[in-house]
Design a protein around this ligand. Sequence first.
Ligand code: DOR
Ligand code: ZN
Length: 430
Amino acid sequence: MTILLRGVRLYGEGDEVDVAVDDGQIAAIGAGLDVPGDAEIIDARGQVLLPGFVDLHTHLREPGREYAEDIETGSAAAALGGFTAVFAMANTDPVADSAVVTDHVWSRGQQVGLVDVHPVGAVTIGLKGKQLTEMGLMAAGVGRVRMFSDDGLCVEDPLVMRRALEYASGLGVLIAQHAEEPRLTVGAVAHEGPNAARLGLAGWPRAAEESIVARDALLARDAGARVHICHASTAGTVELLRWARAQGISITAEVTPHHLLLDDSRLNTYDGVNRVNPPLREASDAVALRQALADGVIDCVATDHAPHGTHEKCCEFANARPGMLGLQTALSVVVETMVNPGLLTWRDVARVMSEAPAAIVGLPDQGRPLEVGEPANLTVIDPSATWTVHGPALASRSDNTPYEAMELPATVTATLLRGTVTARDGKAGA
Ligand code: DOR
Ligand code: ZN
């Protein structure tokens, strides 16, 4: 059936046009398009049309911790957030270190049908950092694994990391590093700085991240490989990325919405909802991260959506599990921190939330131009709307949003995956 998006502005630019979607593709673009009588019309006058968002970093908790999230609830959150593809991290139980698990994640995502759930394979067996997984078998499975990461944990041993980069380079897949030198973060729960000192919280120094970013840049250079840095969180990481790029090293990086908006001044309440790895840094780091995203030194936004149950968050700060929900609030936080202050245009949002992540991981059907004949993976946004975040009202099985009761700009009014509406006016469903 034909769907007509009435009156959208492509990339938020130019005049309002109609976009007809048929057979999974963009069928026509123009003013006042004629459509068949049975077409579904989505009145989106004045709204922004972007390619569907791609999230390189989510935790959907299936298999193993379905009380916190599963592929169905996480997919609904993704569709409502405007995403058409997400990458589900490997720190599940069992760990996604074999094709049995990665194929399940892909197949279950297809069965749910709200977003393409791409499995991330583990770099090392059981995330133990010792023995490489059979990346080739996972890459060749039905889940077609394109990205490998031990996220949640750092691939700490430099020789293991070197071999992983070499192996991945031969297979044409990507290694994504959770950059954390674990000898520098023993017992750490908050950014090492004046706030943690005053509150009596054990500190996580910037150098824990930056030393691994520097090391892995050098390892990637020598292996002639690509490396991707998860959740960059410090101004120093930005400087290292800039340096590595200038040397011609193939290094890419993501930043989370929460590291763009929030800082460690929030920790005063000792509310476990603010615990996350890497920790919320200082306001000056957030400023550097925003500028780096604007300049292209950081390539893309990734949510690090990390659901946890109430019993895991509503407890003493040091015992709270690290992680924050992110899928349904990502766009709004990007608008608040980047679009409204004039650091990014809507055209740039398409780049950092869709085109760049799709390119980093080599997805052929995502982040495509808004042109006739292209796959209809689309996000429609009301740029003038505002909404108030309320954890229990989000589609995730968990409520651990750090934005509770905050009013944020912009709403996703519709998401289309290959021409099927997966979310509309706040309701998910294909
Ligand atoms: O805060 C985090 N939560 N950081 C990570 O690296 C892992 C994640 C999780 O799995 O909960
Ligand atoms: Zn991580």
